[in-house]
Design a protein around this ligand. Structure first.
Ligand code: MCA
Ligand code: AMP
Length: 506
């Protein structure tokens, strides 16, 4: 029997009394205790009728229990489908239907609101709260703390992670056991994680960064995580002295730097600070080094590829660069129009190939074929150049995407909603620089008739769209700038409104 993810990440810890999770109140959860709970959860998943390959969707708050559901899916061969806790029912309904999830786990407080959409999607619904309460936890409490391990191969799916599309429709990225495991092993080695490490974990666990990069690397090394429910700067300041490593989005770093207690003493025994999911400004990098003596290690990845590049652990970590391709990963910079590799030092689109690259988009063979070449290279939509030393620097994106505080917002999704509103002729949603979130969404509307009713639009957004995607402001103008082909010139809009959120108050 084999199950690569279980064999490599979980089996080595069976019976281990070493600490896996440290909670903000100081409580510690050992590997053995975590794995016992995982087995109980696995038994509930099986008893609910799920077979290998079935999808289990979850929208639950971050907690050790939520992490145990991920682990239980690895043991049972169930495909784990984590969903942002900010998603509204209308958004959830799409994911449940598109994935044909067999079981949906939600927070007990959302049960009444989500029961009907779950049933319409043909899934069962159970609940799991952040304090370990709910019908799923109740069912698990009487189950044995051991379970049968499903037989899986490296190519079998471990997770389905939805990533919004430039067409406005979210695509489910199919990630195999081999995708996750190969990346976890490469990063553990590259970043020198060991059983002596404690990672300060404040990221959400419904995305690649907090779920796979942070958790799988910790499991692979046999280390511990200080598991905070979310980023809270005061908790971070309290937690740092007990940790050796931290992973975060750039907003974590700017918020820490803004805190008056954040200084060299607090980070003295830290071994490594890692940043990713969004570009870190060179000033942030420099300020961090000035204040702490540490050089942040920036790396680059995507939901579809896990991590593809990283600055070196040993060697020069360059501000503004995302470093070198990971061992075993092929990376090339190509002309977006021809797919031909650009001359050394030229700007082009990043394409990557390797064991890290996903298996395609769920039920979207056409989309998959557009982005995943037959020779295995995945077209990322990120624009970059590689210098003569091999360092990759991301300079922009060919995809229309806003990254706000590490969360992706797809303008197309919002524009489709805005264009349907009374009084709106057309719209353009653009990324504008934002001091805290890096980028924020700005909606630019062209009115018709009596013009748009912004209050009404905001109320609709509140009901149907996750809060993090909401435009931070709405502007009404007479017409959108267009080029000779009639295409909206978002670059012109981005220039015009570049300082909309950061300009000094007059
Ligand atoms: C929260 N809000 C946001 C965001 N987060 N709005 C825009 N962008 C966001 N990222 C909303 C809140 O609901 C709130 O609404 C208001 O904005 C201000 O919230 P605040 O309390 O300031 O925010 P927070 O709760 O402290 O969250 C900020 C955060 C968080 C800590 C930066 O967004 C976060 O943890 N981001 C990490 C995302 C991540 O893990 N990305 C990895 C993706 P209201 O005004 O109504 O109160 S994986 C990936 O990208 C690839 C694979 C990779 O390379 O890693
Ligand atoms: P996601 O679709 O959520 O997986 O987001 C992946 C995108 O985040 C990439 O395509 C990049 O545009 C961006 N990204 C991730 N890491 C970095 C980084 N270190 N610097 C710049 N952009 C990044």
């Amino acid at each position: 029997m084999a199950n690569p993810l279980f064999d490599k990440l979980f089996a080595p810890h069976i019976g281990s009394t070493a600490t896996f999770l440290i909670l903000p109140n100081g409580d510690q959860i050992s590997y053995n205790s975590f794995l016992g709970q995982t087995a109980q959860y696995a038994n509930v998943i099986r008893d609910s009728g799920l077979e290998v390959g079935d999808r289990l969707a979850v929208q639950i708050e971050k907690s050790p229990e939520a992490l145990a559901v991920y682990a239980a899916c690895a043991l049972t061969g169930t495909v784990f489908l984590p969903l942002n806790t900010a998603y509204a029912p209308a958004e959830l309904s799409y994911f449940l239907n598109d994935s044909s999830a067999r079981l949906f786990l939600c927070d007990p407080k959302n049960y009444s609101a989500l029961k009907a959409i779950t049933q319409t999607a043909g899934a069962q619904i159970l609940t799991l709260g952040s304090n370990g309460e709910g019908s799923f936890a109740d069912a698990a409490s009487t189950k044995p703390k051991t379970c049968r391990i499903a037989q899986r191969s490296s190519r079998d799916l471990a997770a389905l992670l939805y990533t919004s599309g430039t067409t406005g429709r979210s695509k489910g990225a199919m990630l195999s056991q081999g995708n996750l495991l190969s990346n976890a092993e490469a990063l553990t080695e590259l970043w020198q994680f060991t059983a002596h490490d404690t990672l300060l974990h404040a990221l959400p666990i419904f995305h690649t960064h907090g779920l796979f990069v942070a958790t799988n690397v910790t499991l692979s090394a046999g280390g511990a995580m200080m598991f905070l429910p979310k980023f809270d700067v005061e908790q971070m300041i309290r937690g740092l002295p007990e940790c050796t490593t931290m992973m975060g989005v750039p907003t974590f770093y700017t918020r820490l730097l803004d805190h008056q207690k954040f200084d060299k003493n607090l980070t003295e025994h830290m071994r490594l600070f890692i940043s990713g999911s969004a570009p870190m400004l060179s000033e942030t990098h420099a300020m961090f080094t000035k204040k702490t003596g540490h050089k942040v290690l920036e790396r680059y990845g995507m939901t579809e590829t896990n991590m593809s590049t990283s600055n070196p652990y040993f060697g020069e970590r360059r501000a503004g660069s995302v470093g070198f391709p990971l061992p075993g990963i092929d990376l090339k910079i190509t002309d977006p129009d021809t797919g031909i590799v650009v001359p050394q030092g030229g700007i082009g689109e990043i394409e990557v190939r390797g064991a890290n690259v996903f298996q395609g988009y769920w039920n979207m063979p056409k989309k998959t074929a557009e982005e995943l070449r037959t020779d295995g290279f995945f077209i990322t939509g990120d624009l970059a150049r590689m210098d003569e030393d091999g360092y990759v620097t991301i300079v922009g994106r060919s995809k229309d995407l806003i990254i706000s505080g590490g969360f992706n917002i797809y303008p197309k999704e919002l524009e489709m909603i805005l264009n349907d509103q009374t009084g709106v002729l057309e719209s353009a949603v653009i990324a504008v620089s934002h001091a805290d979130m890096g980028e924020a969404a700005l909606a630019i509307l062209v009115g018709k008739g009596a013009g748009p009713n912004i209050d009404q639009i905001q109320a609709l957004m509140k009901r149907d769209v996750a809060r993090f995607k909401h435009p931070r402001d709405f502007i009404v103008i007479d017409e959108l700038p267009r080029n000779a082909m009639g295409k909206v010139q978002k670059n012109v809009l981005r220039e015009t409104y570049a300082n909309w959120f950061n300009s000094d108050p007059v």
